[in-house]
Design a protein. Structure first.
Length: 221
């Protein structure tokens, strides 16, 4: 009799715990969904700088100018090392107005001219947004090998040769500002404004990669 009552007590306890875990999970899930939803609604907001908007430049144009940077198509890590030695590539560090994310499919290097323009964009952004504000660079130079790995994982990634493999391009997230995920409409407006200025000055081509919440930028050479 005693064994039966212990057994039924244990059974009730197990079901009780399972129920609590399940409802807790559902609660967390709905919270995450709410945050995602709030971010999503923000993305759809119109930028407040109406005269500034990003024009999407055809990827063919990006490819054309990417090849003009002296590096050529970077196939592997050895070619990255060679590029750094010869000065065709330079190391990229965070500077005024921007930080570099932890990179999974790219290396912290760029063609010298691309780095110069990234720093120009960063300092202009910090000038209008605030000297402590910064955006996040999420992708820099990818070897052809890394590009292949990325395309097999992410169906939004460019198939074939990417302008990232010439040291000419970088990506900037517009769902992360000052190190925080989720949209900051004011900061996005400042970024759009400064990108649009550089685009009009003939320094960059831009594509709004909506699926990845980032701008793909190629520096014109
Ligand atoms: Zn890109």
């Amino acid at each position: 009799m005693k064994t039966i009552s212990i057994f039924s007590f244990m059974l009730i306890a197990i079901f009780g715990i399972a129920f609590i875990v399940k409802t807790n999970r559902a609660y967390i899930k709905s919270k995450v969904h709410m945050v995602k939803r709030a971010c999503y609604n923000n993305y759809r907001n119109k930028t407040s700088f109406n005269k500034y908007s990003i024009k999407n430049d055809n990827y063919r144009l990006h490819r054309k100018v990417a090849k003009r940077h002296y590096v050529g198509l970077i196939k592997n890590n050895v070619e990255i090392k060679d590029g750094l030695k010869s000065g065709k590539l330079v190391k990229v560090n965070a500077a005024a107005g921007f930080e570099i994310a932890k990179l999974q499919y790219s290396k912290k290097v760029l063609a010298p001219r691309s780095y110069k323009i990234l720093k120009k964009l960063g300092s202009r952004f910090a000038m209008v947004a605030g000297k402590n504000d910064f955006f996040t660079v999420t992708s820099l130079t990818r070897t052809a090998l890394q590009q292949e790995q990325l395309s097999s994982r992410n169906r939004n990634a460019t198939k074939g040769i990417s302008t990232h493999s010439y040291g000419a391009s970088f990506d900037i997230s517009y769902s992360r500002f000052n190190g925080k995920r989720c949209q900051n409409q004011k900061m996005k407006d400042y970024l759009v404004r400064e990108l649009s200025n550089l685009q009009k000055e003939g320094e960059i081509y831009v594509i709004d990669e909506k699926a990845n919440y980032c701008f793909h930028i190629t520096v014109i050479k």
